[in-house]
Design a protein around this ligand. Structure first.
Ligand SMILES: [Zn+2]
Length: 125
């Protein structure tokens, strides 16, 4: 076994890999299962990144709220528009991230159903 560069994305992968774990480029005879494993890993990584993004966005919102508290001297006077812009953008970003998370989780569920069905199929054949 040696390390070679993927012909598609150029990342370093095992010469025995049937599918590039970075871009999904097929090398040799990749089976349906190899492809399913690749898609499942990519989905898992996507869900992880989206979760991290949602924490980041919440942090940005709290920072905006902290700015609002500080700029309004403890809510006693009207602050500049800055804190509202930060909180507004963070809220919009949060909704977007939650929507993408919802879609990714739905895809993962569909993938699990499919995997369960195919093992059911194998058992019945
Ligand atoms: Zn690749």
């Amino acid at each position: 076994m040696s390390i070679v560069g993927c012909p598609d994305c150029g990342k370093r992968i095992s010469s025995k890999a049937r599918i590039c774990s970075y871009c999904g480029h097929q090398l040799g005879e990749a089976t349906e299962e190899d492809r399913a494993v690749f898609e499942a890993r990519r989905l898992r990584d996507r869900i992880y990144r989206l979760n991290m993004s949602s924490y980041l966005v919440i942090t940005v919102f709290l920072a905006g709220f902290g700015w609002y508290w500080w700029a309004s001297a403890g809510f006693t006077r009207m602050p500049s528009v800055g804190p509202f812009v930060v909180m507004g953008l963070a809220s919009a970003a949060y909704l977007l991230v939650r929507f993408l998370l919802f879609r990714a989780r739905r895809d993962r569920k569909a993938m699990r159903e499919k995997a369960r069905m195919s093992s059911e199929l194998r058992r019945n054949l």
